[in-house]
Design a protein around this ligand. Structure first.
Ligand SMILES: Cc1cc2nc3c(=O)[nH]c(=O)nc-3n(C[C@H](O)[C@H](O)[C@H](O)COP(=O)(O)OP(=O)(O)OC[C@H]3O[C@@H](n4cnc5c(N)ncnc54)[C@H](O)[C@@H]3O)c2cc1C
Length: 272
């Protein structure tokens, strides 16, 4: 079966083409999509591409950061203004994958993939969704919960620069340095007067998509980042999680080790 490839100069036109055909898929870096095409996935009849230069642009010079959906992990790693994102970008596959893998594509990568989307969730990111009639701003958490996501074009992702040292990320894998996640955890931990205020904690591979750890966030509010202060959050670490059994780990194992790694992350033990 042949596959049509449609290339558009404007993101709005690409978004229109994507939305108009159920069997169309948008091409990011192709690390997952081209594998599906090569395996002759019958659900894919059309590939939509965009050459709009804004799609691969990074705007990181101010407090508001915008990453085009087509920005690659390698481009993030080459940008010193984005050093706080480097641990998460470096966690996506090996060098060849990172050269092609995009920020937009990571929002769609099935669990246990989605390491970069996990850190974006902890940053309270907003997805700018392109449409034939303009753009729409959708909170990432809501975007990840949408069933019809494959017909939406993620044009860019916007978030506020976190305070220095406030963002933490860890990935648990069986194969170092580039294995697939058993789980990943990202946390934005703003501290005011020695107390956490407005924590955001997100997990990868603990549900069908990256998810917020809301019970842990609540338990951290007003606490100090020490062993006593993080104990309540660690006690509710698995609340709301729904991991799956897969070739990487069982759901049971993911739940067993999550509190251990959340505690390590919150106390800053062994982070890169
Ligand atoms: C060997 C290997 C190792 C990997 N390791 C990891 C890993 O460690 N961690 C991890 O998180 N992922 C990993 N991945 C998965 C994948 O490479 C990344 O998740 C990557 O970020 C996906 O982006 P992409 O641009 O390649 O997506 P593509 O393959 O181009 O697309 C994937 C899906 O997203 C859709 N899509 C892509 N961009 C957009 C957009 N802007 N708007 C709307 N839809 C879009 C496509 O239509 C398709 O359905 C790995 C993949 C491989 C092959």
């Amino acid at each position: 079966m042949s596959v049509n490839v449609r290339t558009f100069a404007r993101l709005a036109d690409a978004a229109g083409a994507l939305a108009s055909e159920r069997s169309a898929r948008f091409l990011g870096g192709g690390t997952l999509l081209m594998r599906a095409v090569n395996e002759a996935d019958p659900a894919i009849e059309t590939i939509v591409r965009a050459t709009d230069p804004s799609f691969s642009q990074i705007s990181a010079s101010s407090a508001r950061i915008e990453l085009g959906g087509g920005v690659t992990m390698a481009a993030i790693l080459a940008d010193r203004d984005l050093a706080f994102l480097h641990p998460a970008a470096r966690a996506v596959g090996g060098p060849a994958v990172r050269t092609a893998a995009t920020v937009g594509g990571n929002l769609f990568a099935p669990s246990p993939y989605g390491d970069f989307a996990t850190v974006l969730l902890a940053l309270d990111a907003i997805v700018i969704v392109a449409g034939g009639f303009g753009q729409q701003e959708v909170p990432l958490e809501e975007f990840l919960g949408r069933r019809d996501r494959t017909s939406s074009l993620a044009a860019s992702i916007v978030f506020k620069r976190p305070a220095a040292q406030a963002l933490r990320f860890l990935k648990v894998t069986r194969v170092h340095p580039k294995g697939i996640s058993v789980l990943s955890i990202a946390a934005q931990l703003p501290v005011a007067g020695g107390r956490i205020s407005g924590a955001r904690v997100a997990y990868g591979a603990m549900d069908k998509t990256p998810m917020r750890a809301k019970a842990a966030e609540r338990a951290l509010e007003g606490r100090a980042l020490d062993a006593a202060g993080v104990a309540a959050a660690v006690a509710v670490a698995t609340d709301g999680t729904a991991p799956v059994d897969d070739a990487i780990a069982s759901a049971w194992w993911r739940r067993e080790i999550l509190p251990v790694h959340l505690r390590r992350l919150l106390l800053g033990v062994g982070l890169l």
